[in-house]
Ligand binder design. Structure first.
Ligand code: SAH
Length: 327
């Protein structure tokens, strides 16, 4: 990182291992582990890269010792060692990156204080699990962890309710463990308030590891499936479908094009916003003659938002924007 300000030469590398197979370990992750003289991680992750650890100091920690892992990494780096702190998937997604910075800041560390920190990205479970089941994340999605070890349940429940209502595709991390069995049941209950019981669901266990298992089910039946600590649950949106063993969320092409012929629907133009995009939709609100309350109910949007739009004049005379497609 910086010039002469690294007297210790110590380094912390937050390494995302990806799903766990060497084929999906990035070249930089592999090099970082090779460069390290100390490797710290949860036992299972250490095992995933055991063959890369010859001659290194290896510190195995249990799942609940995350802060200890970060403190240990900091102490070693302060003594001039190169430390790889390994996480599955991406170290910044429910991984060690956050706790490490918290520990570092607590200890007065700054980016130019002589200990270099590098975060090496890896494919997160939502990427790898999605790749195994098809293309479920091709439209807006989000991740929610069902772990209530550090997050109050009402916070988790509120997020589940909001994303179920907003029709996101959702990846549920930490869906269930030996002790935490009720959270997935509650997630289903909250989702069923907004989503159809036959909404497609895929459950991927141990993606890209020897015990990999993929199961397709529905929102209604998902709790009957085998779900554990190593599973990620992918819940589709209202357009997601499963065909020939593949879960697919449409990108929206059929809103604009006849998918067989490739021609645009009447009123739509290639490279331009949909007729129901922001400008077209706003014009429609004004032209409808309906009040804010009716329109709010129709579009499932807040009434004060609709009222604000109706109160603004339309920019319909504005110059045409140049053609160009969003990629
Ligand atoms: N940093 C990790 C997530 C750690 S939280 C990442 O970016 O993927 C642990 C949760 O991740 C598990 O409970 C599970 O939901 C998910 N997970 C991690 N590895 C997985 C794998 N190989 N297959 C399926 N889910 C996985």
């Amino acid at each position: 990182m910086s010039d002469t300000s690294t007297p210790s030469g110590g380094r912390i590398m937050l390494v995302g291992l990806g799903p766990g197979s060497h084929a999906h370990l990035t070249a930089r992750a592999r090099a970082a582990i090779a460069e390290a003289d100390t490797v710290i991680g949860y036992v299972t992750y250490i095992r995933l890269v055991a063959d890369l650890l010859d001659g290194k100091e290896v510190i195995k920690k249990s799942m609940t010792e995350e802060l200890d892992r970060a403190i240990e990494a900091f102490e070693r780096a302060r003594a001039g060692r190169k430390v790889a702190l390994i996480s599955s998937g991406d170290a910044g997604v429910y991984g060690m990156a956050g706790p490490t910075f918290e520990v570092l800041f607590q200890a007065g560390w700054t980016p130019d204080s002589g200990i270099d920190v590098e975060i090496i990205p890896g494919a997160s479970a939502l990427n790898t699990c999605a790749a195994l089941v098809g293309a479920p994340l091709t439209h807006d999605f989000c991740a929610i962890s069902l772990s209530d070890l550090l997050t109050p349940w009402p916070t988790i429940a509120r997020r589940l309710d909001a994303v179920a209502y907003a029709d996101f595709v959702v990846a549920l991390y930490n869906p269930k463990s030996g002790r935490r069995t009720g959270q997935i049941v509650e997630a289903r209950r909250l989702f069923l308030r907004h989503r159809r019981p036959d909404t497609p669901v895929a459950i991927v266990k141990s993606a890209y590891r020897p015990k990999q298992r993929i199961e397709f089910t529905t929102l209604e039946k998902m709790t009957e499936c085998d779900i554990g600590m190593l599973s990620t649950v992918l819940i589709g949106n209202s357009n997601t479908f499963i065909r020939h063993g593949l879960m697919v969320t449409p990108r929206g092409y059929s809103n604009k094009y006849d998918v067989d012929s490739g021609t645009t629907h009447a009123g739509e133009q290639a490279g331009r916003s949909l007729s129901t995009g922001l400008d077209g939709w706003r014009a429609g609100l004004h032209a409808s003659g309906l009040g804010a309350a009716e329109l709010a109910a129709l579009h499932r949007l807040p009434e004060d938002y609709i009222a604000a739009l109706l109160a603004e004049p339309l920019a319909s005379e504005a110059a045409d924007e140049p053609a160009g497609a969003d990629a």
